[in-house]
Design a protein. Structure first.
Length: 206
């Protein structure tokens, strides 16, 4: 397992464990100790394999974007402070959802355009990423930082993949972003009907 993959799976297992525990009720010292214990449990061997090997076999390597989101989630859980503001998180998830809709269908071989293959060193993609980083820096600096970290991790070969897309996106992140978007749409569709309910009830009264 590559260094980046090990870090990603450790973050994932630690985040799940922290959200299963009543961490907000703990003292600051106990929270820090809990994080250390969760990281230790991540490397606990079950059936001859460490615990982090199981989600790795199911999900594959987690992208740098996913790892940063997990790290922010862990920090928020431990500190009680929203490390990543809602606007930035929504922007990142929306970008992941749209990128996944473009990347995976176009890379399935059903079309003549294979965006995934561009990740092996296409100059067009690199120029596009540079422009996206510049635009993001103007409006969403957090997204720009994540793009830069993904590119740096790609240059350092922190993951097993040699495709830069795998450093920016992964199927787990895209599926989560799609689910998040679906839930958001359902809430917005339900909001008008719920807001009309009190008025309807009042009108029905004599």
């Amino acid at each position: 397992m590559s260094p980046g993959a090990t870090i990603g799976q450790t973050l994932l297992v630690s985040a799940v464990l922290l959200y299963l525990l009543p961490v907000p009720r703990f003292s600051a010292i106990l929270r820090s100790a809990t994080l250390v214990v969760c990281v230790g449990i991540s490397f606990f061997r079950i059936g001859g394999l460490s615990l982090i090997a199981y989600p790795s076999g199911l999900l594959g390597d987690l992208s740098i974007t996913t790892q940063i989101l997990l790290a922010c989630s862990i920090a928020s859980r431990l500190t009680g402070v929203d490390v990543l503001p809602d606007r930035d998180r929504s922007f990142l998830l929306t970008t992941a959802a749209v990128s996944g809709l473009l990347l995976y269908p176009l890379s399935s071989g059903l079309t003549g355009l294979d965006l995934y293959s561009w990740g092996f060193g296409s100059g067009v993609l690199m120029i596009g990423l540079a422009l996206a980083t510049f635009v993001s820096w103007c409006f969403r600096p957090v997204a720009a930082v994540m793009l830069l970290l993904g590119v740096v991790a790609f240059d350092l070969n922190l993951l097993a993949s040699t495709n830069i897309w795998d450093y920016l996106l992964d199927p787990a992140l895209v599926l989560f972003a799609w689910g998040w978007g679906l839930v958001l749409l359902m809430r917005r569709f339900r909001a008008p009907s719920s807001s009309l309910a009190p008025g309807t009830a009042e009108a029905s009264q004599p």
